[in-house]
Ligand binder design. Structure first.
Ligand code: KG4
Ligand code: ZN
Length: 390
């Protein structure tokens, strides 16, 4: 594995590998700005019967998929192991066993090929997915500071990003105190008998319900600086934290108080009997009480995510907003962000939907500035399940 500066050619082809959760991804990206290939093998069908990701199954499936997925990414890109310039792999955060599959494979490849290996933080990957999307459209102008909301099944994090030379520096100014937003979508969908993952189906069904039918209120978080007698440091920068375990409990309470359980059980059974339920199947199996609950839940989640992000943008004078991660695929979230950010006079960018959820193109894109800075991983680096982004 090279640890010295490499001679940079005009075009640098990076092979990215992603295995932090339940998607095995490999992609070739040219110079951080053009996707040449992007292969994602999703394990959703394997985890769906359990209503969530089973870590042991995820590692096993990554092991099965990694070689064919990488080979396909190279073939689609008309590249070979020898022709690529560098490798990039997700180091964390994520499931330790799942991360290790990608890391071990990437290390072995880099060693055998004598190519540089770059370790990438998965959250930085999600942020660079936005940049990659914009560069592909020919937009190379991004004003700093960038405020990035990374909103997925495992994260609801706000980062203030600045550019330092080729690299980016991040300050975390908010995160969820309990459940991530995507986790709330998944848990509520499971509770309502809609299967896994919940985000995409709630997104599609919400348009058929009344979003004002149930008032969930906005999640209350006690900030340290708002509590009486707190040890708040007056010099501390403001934080914008989230909390989504309460809304899940509120949905459960609603199910109990409105006697919705038997219709939920019927829906769960009926959907399990259909091999690939269509939107029409879901819709006919949902009564208006369920559709109203879905629409009201989504409205409440969207309002909270958008209002806190915009408050943070004002507090930190952000010049640009990035919204990324699996939940950024949500239609209502996108339109609400677009409307509110335009009123606030801040441009907002999202990745396309395939780049919102986990993929390896974002990992290869995030690795490009590190390639320019010769910031390479050494042979002894390992998975960091709880890796922070700085
Ligand atoms: O980024 P991602 O693929 O994996 C993680 O890093 O977690 O995000 C997956 C999450 C799941 O919770 C899924 O339900 C949610 O993103 N999601 C959505 C939508 N598509 C995926 N949530 C709301 N609306 C969507 N359209
Ligand atoms: Zn992710």
């Amino acid at each position: 594995m090279q640890s010295n500066n490499i001679v940079l050619m005009a075009d640098a082809y990076i092979l990215g590998i992603e295995s932090s959760c339940d998607e095995t991804g490999a992609a070739v990206v040219r110079s951080g700005e053009k996707i040449v290939s992007n292969v994602v093998f999703s394990q959703i069908a394997i985890h769906a019967p359990y209503g969530g990701v089973v870590p042991e199954l995820a590692s096993r499936e990554h092991l099965r998929a990694i070689v064919p997925v990488v080979r396909k990414a190279l073939a689609d890109a008309r590249q070979s192991y020898q022709s690529i310039d560098a490798l990039a792999v997700t180091q964390g955060p994520g499931l330790a066993g799942a991360l290790l599959v990608g890391i071990s494979f990437a290390k072995a490849l880099a060693f055998a090929l004598d190519k540089p290996l770059i370790a990438v933080n998965h959250l930085e990957g999600h942020i660079h997915a936005v940049l990659l999307e914009e560069r592909q459209k020919g937009n190379h102008e991004v004003n700093f500071p960038v405020l990035a909301l990374v909103v997925s099944g495992g994260h609801t994090h706000l980062y203030l990003a600045e550019q330092a030379g080729e690299s980016w520096r991040y300050e975390n100014i908010g995160h969820t105190r309990d459940d991530a937003a995507g986790e709330a979508f998944d848990k509520v969908a499971k509770l309502l008998g809609l299967g896994y993952p919940g985000g995409p189906i709630i997104d599609k069904l919400a348009q058929f319900g009344n979003p004002d039918a149930v008032n969930f209120g906005s999640p209350q978080i006690k900030h340290r600086d708002r509590r009486k007698g707190s040890d708040h440091d007056p010099g501390e920068r403001p934080r914008f934290d989230f909390s989504y375990s309460g809304i899940k409990t509120a949905v459960l309470r609603r199910v109990q108080t409105h006697n919705l359980q038997s219709s939920i059980d019927n829906r769960r059974k009926a959907l399990a009997a259909i091999p690939k339920p269509s939107l029409d199947d879901y819709r006919t199996l949902c009564d208006s009480a369920a559709l109203d609950l879905v629409a009201s839940f989504q409205r409440s989640m969207v309002e909270d995510l958008v209002s806190k992000t915009l408050a943070a943008a004002r507090a930190y004078d952000a010049a640009t907003l990035f919204v990324t991660g699996g939940v950024a695929a949500n239609n209502e979230l996108r339109t609400t962000f677009e409307r509110e950010a335009s009123q606030a006079g801040v441009p907002v960018y999202f990745p396309s939907r395939p780049l919102s959820t986990d993929n390896a193109a974002m990992i290869a894109a995030a690795a490009y500035p590190k390639l320019l800075a010769a910031d390479f991983a050494t042979m002894d680096f390992s998975a960091e399940a709880g890796m922070a982004l700085r």
